[in-house]
Design a protein around this ligand. Structure first.
Ligand code: MTE
Ligand code: CO
Length: 424
């Protein structure tokens, strides 16, 4: 990290002190690479990679990104990582475009490490208040009608370190516990029909096959509404980290409920009061009481460029980029402020704008080297408006680490550096 920072700072100084400041508009060459490039490769010369045959097709049986993109990786925070088996890493949102998170960059959260599930020995067991208690193989699941849907998964603890103040200086560390992929799988309502759910069944306990045996209670209405058992993400089999060979998908609801390596669904008439919904994943309020079953992820957004990892590289015309999402449906509008929330402009939403999915927004702007306080504010189809941290704290205090969907502020300094700050 430190090395990258020095590199960025250097090239930025060269930029702002030199040619770019005078240009005041976009040129065809990105300023950063212009500063580091080899003149022998630049027009009108023939670059060094042109006169020779390139690598053959069988060099990469499974393709990897360019080595020049090797900084685009999941990262963890050392002091949040007591042991890697029960830990978290973060999606590099600042380096992505569009709305799809590449499979290798989806953040991971495990309570007991990644189990090595053998697909031939994988089973999904259904028991409890059903007419037929059944056990499915992965091939059985794949014979059900298929659905293909984009959804975000956000950990309830995303931004959890920022409740009391700006603490982690990075878009990746403050917003990166979210990913968005296209899931292929089976509607749980179809599986329910197959097993014949009894009218007395009101709750489902979803249980994981990892060493943590992670389990959560899901109300039957949600199970029947839009839950899935997914076996693919972005067209290929789920990655081991994401629950291979099958996971529960609970669109719009907190990540903890999306049980990975799912092995059992038990239908019952009451919530199971599992550890993850009593001692954990409850939100401690100011009066000492805790909110329980706070499932929905409220509307949220983040500016992914500029941000602490993406400093301003040039004056003149620039493009602000960001992501917005809501667990209640579609994003209908995103406003952007460059002055800490005094004035707002509506950003452009890029399709597809899907329900309970990340939505991309951009906004062109001019930068002349003045200080900026960059914010974004998402609004969803229910009319819900992403709150300020002050408004959220007034409702919920500062004791919880979960469900912080407040507006963040990136302070852009006149030298182009960007810092995560708290206003007011
Ligand atoms: N499922 C099992 N079986 N074990 C786990 O540790 N972690 C949960 C959930 N499902 C977990 C699990 C949490 S807290 C989150 S935020 C999401 O998985 C993370 O999913 P991901 O690793 O695909 O990002
Ligand atoms: Co989580």
């Amino acid at each position: 990290m430190d090395q990258e920072k020095t590199k960025n700072t250097l090239s930025r100084r060269q930029v702002l002190g030199g040619t770019a400041a005078a240009l005041g508009s976009v040129t065809a060459i990105p300023f950063a690479s212009a500063a580091e490039s080899n003149p022998a490769n630049l027009p009108p010369s023939v670059p060094e990679w042109t006169p020779y045959l390139g690598a053959g097709v069988d060099v990469n049986p499974y393709g990897m990104p360019s080595e020049h993109e090797s900084h685009v990786i999941r990262r963890n925070v050392e002091w949040l990582t007591a042991s890697t088996e029960s830990s978290i890493n973060f999606t590099p949102l600042q380096d992505l475009d569009g709305i799809v998170t590449p499979n290798g960059l989806c953040f991971e959260r495990h309570h007991g490490g990644v189990p090595e599930v053998v697909p031939a020995d994988y089973r999904l067991m259904i028991n409890g208040l059903v007419d037929r208690e059944l056990i499915f193989t992965i091939d059985d699941l794949k014979r059900f009608p298929q659905v293909n849907r984009f959804h975000f998964l956000e950990c309830a603890a995303n931004g959890g370190m920022e409740w009391r103040g700006a603490q982690l200086n990075g878009c990746q560390y403050t917003f990166g516990m979210v990913h968005n992929v296209q899931y292929s799988g089976v509607r749980l309502s179809d599986i329910c029909r197959e097993v014949g759910v009894k009218p007395s069944a009101k709750w489902v306990l979803a249980e994981g096959g990892d060493s943590a045996g992670m389990n959560r209670s899901v109300p039957i209405e949600k199970i029947l509404d839009d839950c899935m058992i997914a076996y693919s993400m972005n067209g290929e089999a789920l990655r081991p980290e994401q629950g291979y060979p099958a996971r529960l998908v609970v669109p719009g609801w907190e990540g903890n409920m999306w049980v990975k390596w799912i092995r059992r669904l038990e239908f019952g008439d009451a919530p199971y009061m599992a550890r993850e919904e009593t001692s954990k994943y409850t939100d401690l309020m100011e009066n000492g009481k805790a909110r329980m079953f706070t499932w929905v992820m409220d509307a949220k957004s983040v500016v992914t460029s500029p941000c602490p990892e993406k400093p301003m590289m040039a004056k003149g015309q620039n493009l602000l980029k960001g992501l917005a999402w809501s667990g209640r449906g579609k994003i209908t509008r995103v406003d952007v402020s460059l002055d800490g929330g005094v004035n707002w402009k509506t950003a452009e939403l890029h399709g597809p704008v899907l329900s309970k999915s990340l939505t991309r927004f951009t906004m062109p702007f001019e930068w002349n080297g003045e200080e900026m306080k960059v914010q974004s504010r998402a609004i969803d189809e229910t009319g819900y408006v992403q709150p300020t941290i002050q408004a959220l704290q007034k409702e919920r205090g500062v004791n919880s680490i979960y469900h912080n969907n407040s507006i963040a502020t990136w302070l852009v300094k006149s030298n182009g550096e960007v810092e995560n700050v708290r206003l007011g």
